[in-house]
Design a protein around this ligand. Sequence first.
Ligand code: URA
Length: 444
Amino acid sequence: MDARRTIEQKRDGHRLSPDAWEAFVRAYAAGDITDYQMSAFLMACFLRGLDREETAALTNAMLHSGGRLDLSHLARPRIDKHSTGGVGDKTSLILAPLISALGVAVPMMSGRGLGHTGGTLDKLEAIPGFRTRLTLAEAAAQIEAIGCALLGQTEEIAPADRKMYALRDATATVESIPLISASIMSKKLAEGLTGLVLDVKRGSGAFLTDLDAELELARTMVSLGADHGCPVVALLTAMDRPLGRACGNALETEEAILALRGEGPEDLMEVTFALGAEMLLLAGVAREPGDARRMMDHAIASGRAAAQFQRIIEAQGGNPAVVDDPALLPQAAVRDVHAAPRAGVIAGVEPRAIGYGITALGGGRTKVSDVVDPTVGFVITARPGARVERGDPLATIFARDAAGIAAGRACLAQAITIADRAEAPLPLVSHRVSGAGVTPYSAA
Ligand code: URA
């Protein structure tokens, strides 16, 4: 095929037919279209947009670019959760073991860091030996045996998303409702799910920072799920500050382990339990949110959730001892405390600046070939609205060397603002979007 004709059509704002989407994506996955042609095409899509039918056609084309997990013989419900991307967002690492410990199969295909946001695969690979490149057969066998597999896109499953995701990260073409929707839903639909829960981030640190656009993104993905008979529930959750305290791959993995042991920070647990309850309700394992919450509390308090994480780590070649001793995770060479430069109230902790700060320390990518350093990042104890005195600790910087500490300090000075008063942060969970429409969120 002549890729230039299709790029030209999108560049000039024309609609593409389902056949054109299918042919273009298939040719790219097969290596017949180059990365530079796909990059130009993605920018045309970003600038010109896609209508609802084109978004569905792109999703289908990406889904058809690879194989699917066939788990239909399992008696258990198959439920996954995916986030549109945030900073400090380690809920997937907690929910996969927690929900699979409660009898639900969780086939979880995740991504790497994208833009300023972190990626579940990068966090998992902080665990020594952990292998995220599973074949379809390995993933299916592991889910059958222990109820969960945590995997990345490969040549075999969601290959188009694997390549397009990496290009979008490097070409500033992430923040697009159709491109995000097709990326997420193509890989989730390849998992053979009976239900999906989405965490759609809102606020200044989300890819889409306007509430109408965030709701539109949620509605689009819910309806793409319905096209394929997969019930989808989306919760809108706050990303106007990082979630939890740890930001950076190994640091977040450690915080997720602490959460599985019952020692997670309150905001992280509130969002995790809200998403987990939706997973258990969709699975039919819990009848109402209160039951779901009790089940999750018990799985954590009894040690079942942490033991399930050990089982998953062991099955994927990692060192399960990190769950008992998180100090076995890779550690930064140097660390230093960042203190408040003045007295006042914490007016903001800007996730975007924190995310780019992690990249500056070596913990994220600016080009496809970059290798991430799992050890670097921040543990931020400053919470919006809290009163601080001059010299109070706000965060700890984890870096490779003194230059990294200086870069981390510069990032935090910009990201954490102290003022005389602060506006109220966004509610942690604000809206619920399902096939029945949009409602204000209530945990009860
Ligand atoms: N997560 C994904 O998997 N894809 C996107 O485009 C954004 C977030």
